[in-house]
Design a protein around this ligand. Structure first.
Ligand code: FAD
Length: 501
């Protein structure tokens, strides 16, 4: 095939937070045997946001695809394992539920497991859904073992992710990318030069140095230095669906066992996270400033942490939403410069990798084709909206009425796309099938179940089963999980034995 298109020779990445270094590592790994030059500019004075410590399972595949040794990465980033999220006080005060990674149960003779469980429940079985989730059973016992090392046992279908120190993860990725030839330039971008048709030509640093490129990736965080301040790509706020707009964070020393899961505890005007790492614990209170002040949020956070604070409380404002054009002209935005849907399901770092993967699939030439840009922007929006709806589900199904914030959530107007999913679930006990979705049906079932949203009935085909036979299979599966989980080391023992630096 002959082409008149010229390949991109130089990419400039502005920003060296998690987004910037994931972009640099991914692109340099793919183009390692080519002449493509990648230069990353970051300002030590501005620094990184320094939060973003809980991840989801695709991170493990990303590390694999970069050829990064998992245990080495865990040691260097002081990471611990995460099997899911424990939600406390979301439905009503005193209620909790677990959202595990991976599937809950296995299909039985081709019948969807959730339908089997619904049928059994309708017959009077009181076994909780999560008794069939390997992650949930391990998490409840504070145990951990790498699923791929538990071949031919029910644990092999478990999924896990990491809690990591974002500063150390950035350093690790920087080291990786620099070894592949990425040039790092320290300095503050003070001016952005555009061509006469509005494309970005170069950035000028405070030192006067000019850095030009064919293509720019804006990873400058919430400020969106190129994508917004220069190209004015617009931002759609989702505060009418997700009202939290600030977080206060504090790090503490570790006390007690290292939970293999994130805790998300609902509070009077939002929710609080606890993320245990090997060397410390990250804590934060995500809240809405319409209902409480920063001072009240700080006091609530400090009153609810375990251990002694090792940093001062820091308040971070944010607006939940998405850039109207995440890719505009010769500029792609990633990370917080692209959008932010609040950290409830730890999806931001994943979205960086996922949206870079789309960019690689639609990688431009110097001539850039609007078809690719439009498709990229459409695809990114689909992902963000899917995650937004999933997060809204956590809030809108609350039965809490004890504060103004929760009354608002209980009565909020939800996105039409979510209403459709809820209606379908109630009518069928299933989900409308979608393509390439991040949160698979079992994640939705976990939240529906945890928030006590019940379908009107199970699928009528379940009545073709001899119930006693079905019950015996379910009981055997449940007991099998308990037996194998009991044999595993505690999460702390596992970390000490295999992952201590
Ligand atoms: P930043 O870390 O802000 O990096 C911006 C970079 O741009 C820095 O290097 C800065 O120096 C540089 N820069 C800016 N301006 C200039 C300039 N003029 N010149 C030169 N350089 C410049 N994500 C998760 O996946 N899991 C979580 O649990 C999670 N929790 C979060 C909690 C909160 C409260 C918030 C706000 C976010 C959370 N996130 C989480 C999101 C996550 O923190 C970010 O997605 C991730 O850290 C990537 O940030 P970034 O690289 O886009 O921005």
């Amino acid at each position: 095939m002959k082409t008149t298109q010229e390949p991109i020779e130089k990419i400039v990445i502005v920003g060296g937070g998690t987004a910037g270094w994931i972009a640099a590592a991914t692109i340099s790994n793919i183009f390692k045997n080519t002449d493509l030059t990648i230069e990353l500019v970051e300002s030590d004075d501005i620094g990184i946001i320094g939060v973003g410590e809980a991840t989801i399972p695709p991170l493990i595949s990303i590390l694999n695809s970069l050829g990064i040794d998992l245990i080495d990465f865990i040691k260097e980033t002081q990471a611990s394992f995460k099997l899911g999220i424990q939600f406390e006080d979301w439905h009503t005060i005193g209620e909790k539920y677990f959202h595990p990674f991976g599937t809950v149960g296995k299909s039985i003779d081709g019948y969807d497991f959730f339908q089997c469980w619904l049928k059994s429940k309708a017959e009077g079985d009181k076994t909780p859904l999560m008794a069939h989730s390997p992650e949930s059973v391990l998490a409840e016992k504070g145990k951990f073992f790498l699923p791929f090392a538990a071949k031919n046992t029910p644990l092999e279908r478990a999924f896990y992710a990491l809690h990591l120190d974002s500063g150390l993860a950035g350093k690790y990725l920087r080291n990786y990318a620099e070894k592949l030839g990425v040039i790092r330039t320290e300095g503050k971008v003070e001016q952005v030069i555009q061509t006469k048709n509005g494309e970005i030509e170069s950035v000028i640093l405070a030192s006067g140095q000019s850095i030009s490129g064919d293509f720019f990736i804006d990873c400058s965080g919430f400020r969106g230095l190129l994508i917004e301040q220069t190209l004015q790509s617009g931002y759609e706020s989702w505060d009418k669906y997700l009202p939290c707009n600030r977080a206060v964070t504090v790090q503490t020393n570790n006390v007690g066992d290292t939970n293999p899961y994130t805790v998300s505890a609902a509070k009077e005007a939002g929710w609080m996270w606890r993320i245990p790492l090997q060397h410390r614990t990250g804590n934060g209170y995500v809240f809405c400033d319409k209902y409480i002040t920063d001072e009240q949020a700080i006091n609530t956070l400090l009153a609810n942490i375990k251990g002694e604070p090792i940093t001062s409380p820091r308040v971070i404002p944010f607006t939940t939403g998405l850039r109207n054009k995440p890719w505009n002209k010769n500029c792609l935005s990633l990370g917080l410069a692209q959008g932010f849907i609040e950290p409830l399901e730890s999806t931001a770092i994943h979205l960086v990798s996922k949206t870079i993967a789309y960019f690689i699939r639609m990688f431009p030439t110097k001539q850039r084709d609007e078809v690719l840009i439009n498709e990229y922007n459409r695809r990114v929006r689909v992902d963000y909206e899917e995650i937004r709806d999933f997060l809204v589900l956590h809030y809108c199904t609350t039965q809490r009425e004890d504060t103004e914030f929760w009354r608002w959530c209980k009565n909020m107007k939800i996105p039409a796309t979510l209403q459709k999913k809820l209606d379908f679930f109630k009518a069928s006990g299933g989900l409308i099938p979608g393509a390439e979705e991040l949160f698979q049906p079992t994640s939705w079932y976990a939240v529906f179940n945890g928030m006590k949203v019940e379908p009107d009935h199970y699928n009528p085909t379940m009545d073709t089963w001899d119930y006693q036979k079905l019950k015996a299979i379910l009981d055997k599966g449940k007991q099998g999980l308990i037996d194998i989980a009991d044999k595993q080391p505690s999460h702390d023992e596992f970390l000490k034995q295999y992952c201590a630096a």
